[in-house]
Design a protein around this ligand. Structure first.
Ligand code: NAD
Length: 506
């Protein structure tokens, strides 16, 4: 691996300087055809620490030429990679998992710094899942012998379904769970014999670079995984519209998802869209109040409310409303907000100044819509954090379930509380949004929990828990929350083409 600061990359291109990990501020490079390479122009974007507002790196703003090179590298590597046995590819995934595991603390530290999330969360969720994703798909690919190989017998013939690679995949990811979501796509994509071009969020590029270091280190064949840094317009758009890209797996906002679909659909690319959400946490009178308050608080504010699955609308049945509200506000106010590198911190900073302004705009809107702010505001931190993007967890009551702040995705530490009387009303409020990603139901009656869950128009509902993930289950949304499913064998299905071979007997 080239870590010579004098030299940009193994091919020695200039003038890009590939700074070693640890140097600051650090300029990143693209990774194309097994080499770290300069981008084709001299446009850069600063990478800022959300907690302090300080620059600690620069990310290339790549363009069409860089995308063209990356897609060409992926295309030329695909036939050889696709013809490896599924068990050889599973072995590669395990090698990547092992090498990533050695960098567990580096992943957590970089992710915490890049996103502003607490180090404990970056360790338990981001670092953990990034390793687990590679290991999980290695195991599943072995277990299924490379995907769903079904046989259908006829009287005079046998049908054999053979999963084949799709080709070259574009993998585009957001900033909230950077390596967690990128590895969730890379592992099944290459595991099923595709080669890929990754385009991580320009706001959080650091751990994507770490993944390329890792892939380079383990010696994955050149061109199997490529990465182009940049923003949506310069790099994401050209990648999704590229005629030699066969599939697009996109996770991000609903408006961007519509642009991705518009670019990819006319060329009939295989498309998976994991988009925004406005999820309800439904609290019934008969819940275990203490556990519910803890669970609903976590669902509302994990990662500063910046998880697509977060429960940002809390619906509470009348009989327990007052008691729940008091306990919930106490629980929210007890959360420790501040320095993300402090082990005891529970809430960090928001991703960017622009995003903070958007979230604060929704708090102002909520006031105009008749809302009462029960807790929230600026958390009052030391001078070191004065240029960071901070907002204390904010709880709003008194707005209608039809209000914009109660139906549009805010994607920050802001929740609205609504009262309901019966199951039908709770279901109607939960479904009163363009989104349909997730939700949670809190009740001691599991049959009621299942019944209510089935009537909510979403892809996933948890009962008496939230974000309790089994990687084998389907993951995705309905309505404006997305198209298709990933997870477990659904990922293997999306990242492959089932071909049927019909063998006529004598
Ligand atoms: P975003 O849509 O702004 O950006 C996501 C990615 O798309 C980034 O890499 C960005 O550079 C790229 N991009 C932007 N414009 C593009 C274009 N025209 N063509 C191709 N790529 C383009 O989203 P974000 O702000 O990074 O992330 C937050 C959003 O992601 C929220 O709406 C959240 O709900 C959603 N999200 C969904 C899931 C899920 O699984 N459903 C998971 C995490 C986040």
């Amino acid at each position: 691996m080239n870590l010579d600061p004098e030299k940009c990359c193994d091919s020695g291109c200039t003038p890009c300087e590939r700074d070693p990990i640890g140097s600051e501020p650090r300029d990143l490079c693209n990774y194309i055809g097994g080499e770290f390479v300069c981008h084709s122009n001299d446009e850069w974007m600063n990478v800022l620490e959300p907690a302090r507002g300080l620059r600690f790196g620069r990310v290339p703003l790549s363009g069409q030429a860089d995308v063209d090179s990356a897609v060409a590298a992926a295309r030329s590597a695909q036939p050889a990679w696709g013809s490896l046995s599924h068990s050889d590819r599973a072995d590669w995934l395990d090698k990547i998992a092992d090498a990533l595991e050695e960098k567990y603390e580096d992943i957590a530290a970089l992710e915490s710094r890049d996103t502003g999330k607490p180090i404990s969360l970056a360790r338990a969720v981001d670092a953990y899942r990034s390793v687990a994703n590679f290991r999980f798909f290695a195991g599943l690919i072995r277990e299924t012998h490379g995907g769903q190989r079904e046989r259908f017998e006829m009287e005079d013939a046998t049908n054999i379904v053979v999963p084949k690679p799709v080709g070259v995949g574009a993998l585009i990811t957001p900033w909230n769970l950077p390596l967690y979501l990128l590895s969730w796509k890379v592992a099944p994509a290459i595991g099923m014999g595709n080669t890929v071009v990754c385009k991580p969020s320009e706001l959080t590029p650091m751990t994507a670079d770490l993944l390329m270091e890792t892939i380079h280190y383990v010696g994955l064949p050149a061109g199997v995984v490529n990465l182009v840094h940049g923003d949506g317009e310069g790099a994401g758009g050209p990648l999704t519209a590229h005629p030699d890209v066969d599939l697009v797996s996109f996770t991000g906002g609903t408006e961007t998802g519509a642009k991705v679909a518009a670019a990819a659909s006319p060329m009939f690319k295989k498309l998976s869209l994991e988009l925004g959400g406005k999820n309800a946490s439904i609290v019934f009178d008969d819940c275990d109040l203490e556990k519910t308050v803890g669970g609903v608080t976590r669902a509302a504010f994990l990662n500063q409310g910046q998880v697509c699955l977060c429960g940002s609308r809390i619906l509470v049945q009348s009989g327990v409303y007052d008691e729940f509200l008091t306990a919930f506000v106490n629980s929210v106010e007890a959360m420790k907000i501040g320095d993300p590198s402090d082990e005891s911190t529970q809430l960090g900073a928001l991703i960017s100044a622009d995003h903070l302004a958007k979230v604060e705009g929704y708090v102002e809107l909520a006031k105009e819509e008749g809302g009462k702010i029960l807790t929230g505001g600026y958390p009052g931190l030391s001078k070191e954090f004065e240029h960071g993007n901070w907002l204390a967890p904010t709880v709003i009551s008194g707005v209608s379930a039809n209000a914009r702040c109660a139906t549009e995705e805010i994607f920050g530490p802001v929740v609205t509380i609504h009262r309901f009387d019966n199951e039908d009303e709770a279901i109607a409020i939960a479904n009163n949004t363009r989104y349909g990603l997730a939700g949670s139901v809190w009740t001691s009656d599991l049959e009621k929990g299942r019944r209510v869950a089935e009537n909510i128009d979403t892809g996933m509902v948890w009962v008496n828990t939230w974000l309790h993930r089994d990687l084998r289950v389907p993951f995705g949304g309905v309505k404006d929350s997305g198209v298709g499913r990933e997870g477990g064998r659904w990922s293997l299905g999306f990242f492959s083409e089932p071909m049927n071979i019909c063998l006529k007997h004598d």
